[in-house]
Structures are given as C-alpha cells and as structure tokens.
Design a protein around this ligand. Structure first.
Ligand code: GLA
Length: 384
C-alpha cells in the first residue's frame, strides 16, 4: 500500500506546501447486490486498500488537482468551477467540489494530490474512495464538516449528478463509515446500520476476474431501469410500494405477468436478496458461518441467473472456489458484469486457497487473476 508519508513528500515537492492527508477505503460487498437503490439492505465491509488525498490551500484562486495514479495534473479556477463532467478522472474530485459548492460552501483555492491502491474498474469502489477522500480533504479547509452518513450522501450525489453514474448509496456509505474487523448491515431507506463482527478466524479473499466493470456503463443502468419498472407495476395495485424494498414474492405471483420477463426476474433477485442480506447479518452476528456461506451461494445464483449480472469468468471463479478447502462462501461482488468475487475463507487456509484459486482460474480461462487477502478496515479518516 502507498504510504501517507510518500504522498506527503510528493505533495511537498510538487506544491511546496505541507498537506493534510486523508484516507478513504474501497469496499467489498459481502451480500446485498443492486438492493441499495431499491431502498433495501446491503452488507459491505471497507477494505485495506484506499485512496489518499493530500490537500493544502493556495491563494491564487486556483484548484490544482494531481493524480499520482494517472501522473497528470488539472487546473481549475474557483470562480469558474466546472458544471459538467468531462469523462476524465478529475470528474470525481471536481464532482465533489461541485456538490459542496451547491450546498453553499465557499470553496477556496487548493492543491490536491490523490494516490490510491484500490484496483480501478474492478467493483471495489475506487471512485467512491476518491470522492470520500476529496470530500474530507476539502471540508477540512472550509471548516464545514459533515457526519459520515451525510458526507456519503453528498458523495453519492457527486456521482449521480456530476459524473452521471446512477449508483446507489452503498459504496460511499461504507467508505465513509466502515469499521475495522466488521461488516456493516445498512438499511438504505433510512441509513440506519448495524455492525457485524467478522471473526478473527475468517479472511476476506478478493479474486479479481480481470474482466473490467463500470457503473457508468449501460448494463448497470438497464438493470436499474428494470428494477424500477417492476416496482412501478406493483405500485399500480399497491400504491404504498414505492421501491422493491416494499414488495414481496406474492406481489410477483399476482402481477409479475404485467411486467416484462426480464423485469420480473430482476425483481425476484432484489426481493429475495433483501431477505438473504438481513439473514446473513444475523448469521454473522451469531457466528453461524455455515448459514452465511449458504446464503452467499444462493445470492450468487440469484445474481447470475435472475439478475443476469455475472459473466463466464465470475461464474468460473465462484465454481472453482466451491471446490477448495477452507471456503465459507463465495459470490460475485459489486455492480456486476466482471470485477471481483468475494470469498470468505478460514484464515489458516487463506494463503493456500488464494494460490489454488489463482492457478485453477488461469487453467480454465487463460487469465492471470489478481487475488488479494484483505482485512475489514475503518472508514475514511485523517491520517497525517
Ligand atoms: C455499484 C454501485 C452501488 C451498488 C452496487 C451493486 O457498486 O455503485 O451503489 O448498486 O453496484 O450492489
């Protein structure tokens, strides 16, 4: 992982000013996929891969943003902040600046250096970690700070309204509010949450299929539209149903024929996934790892067959994991269509599991995966 002291040196060299440094983690979702924008339940954990943001003020009315990952700098004028995205990495920090400014914050000139080790476009929320790190950094200069849940909502708005990706609240929420050694069961309706301890004996093994994933891409948006179509059909009969969170399988049995066949399948995934996610939190809290593993396996099948958000590589990664010693549960995590699988593995088997999974995946697909053994980490904070 990149060290805060390295970012400090880099920032000092480039901007000749000592930065304050903030870290915001990426995340892995244990269960609860595409349920966040249906006002349902998710259970992610923050991971020990993060974006660091170093900030110092400037008095020339400029905002200078530098990414060490892209080795590129962009300059903006505080009096003419961009109002639209440019399909560039700077959209993420500048989207946050745009939203903060819209909230009435007076944005001063600043230099911001960003450096992250969350794998990009892999379903581990590198974008949310950039947004949350930027929001903490910028609000440290304005002096107007926000509690974690509100900060998360502002960062989600940056992504929805500026970047143009129709994501839910999960990624920004866990990046801002994660807790070391815990998963977090979030009710995406009212943002109330419960922490579920991950036992010391359990390792989070993240396996990157190396198939690229993008939330801004068409498939995510299509799925979201189908989920909303299903909710709208049920609402014609039961107006109290605003989101699929409020619906049940009886609703699908009665009115599913009025939906497109794909909306019906998406709805079945969301409704059953909400139940599984609440059950999985209960299983984790009660140390019932066998039940948790079964729920993860069912969640993967539902995500793959009903939500049709998996792909050959992700299904292969999950199938191969199922045959390995030490596995508790495996499923595709994140927005879908590639990215990573999450494997809960008995810690003493984790190294061997990771090696065996990587080798068999390469034999099956010809792709060399990236396999990360992670720990659940704290949410965003100041580090320097
Ligand atoms: C992406 C989005 C989240 C969520 C997941 C799917 O990560 O950013 O809001 O919808 O996909 O669970």
């Amino acid at each position: 992982m990149q060290e805060p002291s390295d970012l400090c040196t880099l920032h000092l060299d480039r901007f000749k000013a000592e930065p304050a440094i903030f870290a915001a983690p990426g995340r892995v979702n244990l269960i609860g996929e595409h349920t966040d924008y249906a006002e349902g339940f998710v259970m992610p954990a923050a991971i020990d891969f993060a974006t660091l943001a170093g900030i110092s003020s400037r008095d020339d009315g400029k905002i200078v943003v530098y990414s060490e990952n892209f080795k590129e700098e962009r300059v903006f004028n505080v009096l003419a902040l961009p109002k639209t995205a440019t399909k560039h990495w700077s959209d993420y920090p500048m989207g946050v600046v745009h939203i903060l400014s819209g909230e009435g914050q007076v944005i001063p000139g600043f230099s911001l250096s960003i450096w992250g080790d969350v794998p990009l476009n892999s379903g581990l929320s590198s974008s949310a970690s950039v947004e949350v790190a930027t929001a903490l950094a910028v609000t440290s200069l304005t002096g107007i700070t926000y509690p974690g849940p509100i900060l998360a909502r502002l960062c989600q708005r940056a992504e929805n309204e500026f970047v143009g990706a129709s994501c839910g609240i999960m990624d920004q929420f866990i990046s801002a509010n994660g807790a070391k050694d815990h998963a977090l069961l979030l009710d995406c309706r009212d943002l109330s949450f419960k922490l579920a301890p991950i036992p010391e004996s359990v390792a989070l093994v993240i396996a990157n299929t190396m198939v690229k994933h993008s939330v801004a891409g068409g498939e995510y948006t299509t799925r979201r539209a189908e989920v909303e179509e299903a909710a709208a059909v049920i609402a014609q009969h039961r107006p109290e149903v605003r989101f699929l969170r409020d619906a049940n399988l009886d609703d699908l049995a009665r009115w599913g024929a009025q939906m497109s066949p794909s909306a019906l399948k998406r709805a079945r995934h969301i409704i059953t996934e909400n139940t599984r996610t609440v059950d999985a939190a209960d299983a984790l809290i009660h140390h019932d790892l066998a039940r948790l593993g079964r729920l993860m396996a069912e969640a993967h099948i539902s995500y793959s067959r009903d939500f049709e958000a998996s792909c050959f590589e992700a299904d292969t990664m999950v199938t191969l994991a199922n045959d390995l010693k030490g596995l508790i549960g495996a499923r595709l995590t994140g927005g879908g269509f590639g990215g990573c699988t999450i494997n809960l593995v008995e810690r003493e088997e984790a190294e061997h599991f990771a090696e065996a999974l990587g080798a068999s995946y390469t034999i099956e697909t010809g792709i060399v995966p990236q396999i990360l053994i992670c720990h659940a980490s704290d949410g965003a904070h100041r580090v320097h």
